[in-house]
Design a protein around this ligand. Sequence first.
Ligand SMILES: Cc1cc2nc3c(=O)[nH]c(=O)nc-3n(C[C@H](O)[C@H](O)[C@H](O)COP(=O)(O)OP(=O)(O)OC[C@H]3O[C@@H](n4cnc5c(N)ncnc54)[C@H](O)[C@@H]3O)c2cc1C
Length: 470
Amino acid sequence: MRYDALIIGAGMSGLAAGIRLAQAGKRVAILERHYLWGGLNSFYKRAGRRFETGLHALTNYAAKGTHNVPLTRILRQLRIPHDALKLAPQRRSITALRTSGGDTLRLSYSNDMALLRSEVARLFPAQQDGFERLVAALPGYSGSSESDYATSARARIAEYVSDPLLVEMLMIAPLFYGSPTENDMSWAEYGILFRSIHLEGMARPEGGIKELLDLLIARFEQEGGELRMKTGVAAVLHGNGKVRGVRLDDGSELECERVLSSAGLVETEALCGTPSAREDDDRIGRLSFVETCCVLDRAPLELGHDATIVFYSDGERFRYERPEVPVEPRCGVITCPSNYQLREPDREHFVRITCPANYAYWKGLPEAAYAQEKTLAVESMLATAESFSFPIRPHTVFRDSFTPRTIERFTGHRGGAVYGSPRKARDGFTSLRGLELIGTDQGLVGVIGAMLSGITIANRSLLEPAGGAA
Ligand SMILES: Cc1cc2nc3c(=O)[nH]c(=O)nc-3n(C[C@H](O)[C@H](O)[C@H](O)COP(=O)(O)OP(=O)(O)OC[C@H]3O[C@@H](n4cnc5c(N)ncnc54)[C@H](O)[C@@H]3O)c2cc1C
């Protein structure tokens, strides 16, 4: 029994690729090691409640009927009606930065770019023209040149904006929402992230990530695709520079024409028999996070907090990097899912705090110390987060947290690297014909980016015989 395509991973990229191939009548199976789908963007149950691991926001918001934007294109390709997503737009979000003088600068934005424009004018009146020129100069979603990928976003922003505090503030949300590199990103990636966060905006499916995942799974199965959970791929089998199948964790083998892998760059190489990359290999991403999710006794709105998301830096230098300490409490993201413009208010109210973390620390921690260290780290995160939001701890009735160790365990991503490797394979090709990368390490991150990646590589594979650089 030979498959046209086998897909490694039931994350957003794998599911989207699977739907495209199944729609084209291909015999395709998605192989997922975990017992739940979604990958980095999943959900789990604790104490009778559903917690989410990824999605703070679906970026690239577009109202129904908007043409020529990524969300509309994705939905059309996957044949999912816009209404099925039940998208609730954000109320407003904030980038907040505390200066060395102790003032907190707050830039608000919504899905209407006019708000960000007026906020820049309010806080940095002398920078208005520069900001407009920056927005006009942003690279588009496609067609960025190699030099856009080689150019520092910070350096380019500083060509338009002369106030270093505004430069810093304009880096915070895009870095948090998709940079695999520390403290800076390429100008090309900045263009994509700025557009997806600020020019298009943020929303959330009313039912959370499970709603979106259920839609994708249903589409895949309706088209005749095969979803095999608890089915890890132990090796990619190949000969003469071409893929011929996979060996599963249980030792059985499946034959196929091509493999699309969302496991990651070094992770996929290891499946092909290349010795496993060392921990200090610079192709393993350094950005991972501790996240805590608090269940509140009332809505954040009742506590005077109306922001959907707050991206914050407690200091003029935003420390988007792997910290020396277990967790970096001085910067983070505060997400209140109840603060989307929901038609049906949430029955329970969550707030999620996410801060950069040191993978090696969490990985090396003895089991006996893990729970206590996690509590200490989360307390330090909450203390700073509260100074940018509202008193979270007095209103918390339950909380659950995860670390880089959890992320690595459930997704297989080395280093718990949420945005994967800093070296992206942007054409998706590997050294083996018929083996292509999709998702994070093909260079498109986030929920929308990963789906777009899966669709793009699957579409190309429909046009070409099993491709590859070999
Ligand atoms: C805390 C957190 C918050 C986030 N917030 C947002 C957000 O607000 N907005 C947003 O757009 N994005 C967000 N993201 C990022 C987003 O979730 C990811 O970029 C996206 O889901 C990546 O999808 P993917 O398909 O590339 O990879 P993954 O989700 O990593 O999927 C890969 C899958 O492959 C499986 N796998 C790996 N190796 C094997 C193997 N050998 N055999 C079988 N299966 C294997 C893994 O188990 C996994 O399910 C967040 C992520 C995290 C962790």
